[in-house]
Design a protein around this ligand. Structure first.
Ligand SMILES: [Zn+2]
Ligand SMILES: [Zn+2]
Ligand SMILES: [Zn+2]
Ligand SMILES: [Zn+2]
Ligand SMILES: [Zn+2]
Length: 206
């Protein structure tokens, strides 16, 4: 897990040394290198250049680091957990303020927390409280009833659905040129036509 996400004001006011050089977030489980640079514990894997020797390269000064040249900085960790910060969603209106150690406990239940839309393709983040409205009014991937076949179709696919697959959408019958017959029935009529033709041929042979 990368560092702690902060509100913009905290990102601007906290000293640079508290931020991970890799993820640029507030250090989580700070690790210090022998060249004096800090990374989150989980971000260190991104510095590894050679999987066998576990040789790492510092992003700041390109120093080559052996695993024993990187250590957990307990002092830095304590200092960071005691920093007083605003809720990550301050700009959305949350007034919570507290120590970093309590930050994620708060944000996980914060009323301004944004969650991804239930349709994975959508990718939009919405406040929990606004999700229903997003799904009903905004989401391009919401299900809507097709006015021709009454089926539930993803809104973004409605045009394709109408043009290619909707059994209720009017389609041109290439036998009689009528264009007001639902596609499903055009096929049906075609089948009937073929069957009639077949019977006709058979009667001629007989
Ligand atoms: Zn360094
Ligand atoms: Zn990091
Ligand atoms: Zn909050
Ligand atoms: Zn959506
Ligand atoms: Zn349809």
């Amino acid at each position: 897990m990368a560092g702690f996400r902060l509100a913009d004001t905290d990102k601007e006011t906290l000293a640079e040394k508290y931020f991970c050089i890799f993820c640029l977030l507030l250090l989580r489980d700070a690790m210090q290198t022998s060249c004096g640079h800090f990374y989150c514990q989980s971000c260190l894997v991104n510095l590894i250049q050679n999987a066998t020797s576990m040789l790492m390269i510092c992003l700041n000064d390109k120093k080559r680091l052996q695993p024993n040249e990187v250590f957990a900085d307990k002092f830095m960790r304590r200092e960071i957990l005691a920093l007083v910060v605003h809720c990550t969603f301050k700009d959305d209106g949350c007034i919570w303020k507290g120590e970093v150690r309590h930050l994620e406990n708060h944000t996980s239940t914060c009323e301004f927390l944004k969650i991804p839309c239930v349709h994975p393709e959508c990718g939009v983040l919405v406040k929990k409280a606004d999700l229903t409205e997003h799904l009903e009014k905004e989401c391009m991937y919401r299900l809507e009833k097709c006015k021709f076949c009454q089926g539930q179709i993803n809104l973004n696919r409605m045009k394709v659905h109408h043009e290619n697959e909707c059994p209720g959408h009017p389609a041109v019958c290439d036998k009689c040129r009528r264009d007001d017959i639902p596609r499903g029935r055009v096929k049906h009529m075609l089948l009937k036509l073929k069957l009639a033709l077949l019977l006709f041929k058979m009667t001629i042979i007989l």
